[in-house]
Design a binder for this molecule. Structure first.
Ligand SMILES: *Cc1c(COP(=O)(O)O)cnc(C)c1O
Length: 462
């Protein structure tokens, strides 16, 4: 067969892609008709496509390329490890140097007594681990009926059976008869869309107190854990009101239920701290990690677990693990990625320099007639599109119509900015420069203007 290259004609690449490649979270037939955009190379914050465009990637891939594209040290770390020990497992009482080093390094970086790491290949399967781990934890403590996990509507915890079940995406639950039993949901702290006449502070408190009501409804002796992202990512970068997390921490402490912070996006500098839990000042018992752990250069994820949970789980044989748990090449790349984040002071730069700069520019987008609020923490932000900033009304068109039009304009202007419903979201590489931030904001303005014009012309601005 004819193997194509990045220099092959776009039409050939698209045709072969359409013929054989099934895309995640995509309506295949529609895409195949249109043809996928083919990304061929990347460096820093910039992607090249097969038509020769240079695209500013304000999403860092899928929220993961924290140190930017094209870091040779990461390629070299992988090549070195592949030659020394390309694979060995960590089952059956064996270990290897990359896994033990990375686990120790993560224990050092993680807050509190989160000192133990169980490796997975990404965030979804790490959350599957968490689901089994918290239930096993309570069973080992003699309370096997304490097995319900509370999550939130519009949360994203991955796409496996466990991840989908723990997540609160109704469109995902509808496919495959999910969630599995034993998962319960409370509402999300999305003040813009759901806060009504309340102040953000009142609303944050109210949404947190739904956790207490849910625990009492189910029974304290039946609830194993609460899982949440410090800041919801795929749900639309929902930054909770200040009052929300302190109240959640109070409630999980009061009722003695485990707190799982899904740090898959928030971890490794995205919020301007090493972990989102530090930014919002919570004390999780387990943190889910993936994405920025390797800056996406290798698939790797895991769970960082407290001394107490590790001690209890260690008392039994935990019949769980993946062939590639702690894969040596992935661990070596993650280790080098952490070195880059630390040596180049990337987290501090986000916190003190580029984060505040981006915040100021990003918030200025609220001057646009279509932009209601702009929320940003570190390098993750979102804007709400609305026809009425005062009432925070949604558009009359189906949710996502206006967001999609705006995203298409961003694409046309060589800016990758996603939409979730009618929120536009960004999550750029943490190494984005001030100059690149200016370009991002310029292209966002241009795209918003073009979308606004079109929405007015089509009578959709209502
Ligand atoms: C992306 C994501 C996941 C899933 O991670 P995968 O590596 O895609 O399996 C889980 N939780 C959160 C918060 C995520 O953003």
């Amino acid at each position: 067969m004819n193997i194509l290259t990045p220099n092959s004609p776009t039409a050939d690449l698209q045709a072969l892609d359409a013929a054989h490649h099934m895309h995640p979270f995509t309506q295949g037939a529609g895409l195949n008709e249109k043809g996928a955009r083919i990304i061929t190379r990347a460096d820093g914050c910039w992607l090249n496509d097969s038509d020769g465009n240079r695209i500013l990637d304000a999403m860092a891939g899928l929220w993961c390329v924290n140190v930017g594209y094209g870091r040779k040290e990461l390629a070299e770390a992988a090549a070195r490890q592949m030659q020394e020990l390309p694979y060995y497992n960590t089952f059956f009482q064996t270990s290897h140097v990359p896994a033990l080093n990375l686990a120790a390094r993560l224990a050092q970086l993680a807050p509190g007594d989160l000192n133990h790491v169980f490796f997975a290949n990404g965030g979804s399967d790490a959350n599957d681990t968490n689901l089994r781990m918290v239930r096993t934890y309570w069973a080992e403590k003699g309370q096997p009926e304490k097995n319900v996990i509370i999550s939130r509507w519009n949360a994203y915890h991955g796409s496996t059976i466990g991840g989908t079940s723990l997540g609160g995406m109704k469109g995902m639950h509808g496919q495959g008869d999910l969630p599995i039993p034993g998962i319960e949901f409370i509402e999300q702290p999305n003040w813009w869309a759901e806060g009504g006449d309340m102040t953000p502070e009142e609303f944050g408190l109210k949404r947190a107190q739904e956790l207490e009501a849910k625990i009492l409804e189910i029974g304290q002796d039946k609830v194993a854990a609460f899982i949440a992202e410090p800041i919801q990512g795929a749900g639309g970068v929902i930054v909770p009101p200040e009052t929300y997390w302190p109240e959640i921490q109070r409630i999980v402490d009061k009722y003695g239920i485990l707190l799982i912070a899904d740090e898959v996006i928030c971890g490794f500098g995205r919020t301007g701290e090493w972990f989102g839990s530090q930014k919002i000042n919570i004390r999780p018992d387990i943190m889910t990690i993936a994405k920025g752990l390797s800056s996406g250069y290798m698939p790797i994820g895991g769970s960082i677990v407290s001394d107490e949970v590790a001690k209890v789980i260690g008392g039994t044989e935990f019949n769980h693990g993946y062939t590639y748990s702690g894969h040596p090449v992935a661990c070596a790349v993650a280790m080098e990625n952490l070195r880059i984040l630390e040596d180049e002071k990337i987290v501090e730069t986000v916190r003190d320099v580029t984060g505040p700069y981006l915040k100021e520019k990003f918030e200025s987008l609220t001057a646009h007639p279509m932009v209601g609020e702009a929320k940003i923490v570190g390098m993750m932000g979102s804007i709400a599109l609305t026809p009425n900033k005062e009432t925070r009304a949604p558009f009359k068109a189906d949710a996502g119509t206006i967001g999609f039009i705006t995203r298409e304009r961003c694409f046309a202007n060589n800016l990758i900015m996603r939409h979730v419903g009618d929120r536009m979201i960004i999550s750029p590489p943490l190494v984005i420069s001030k100059e690149e931030i200016d370009t991002l904001i310029e292209r966002a303005w241009l795209s918003l203007n073009e979308a606004h014009e079109r929405i007015l012309a089509e009578g959709l601005f209502e």
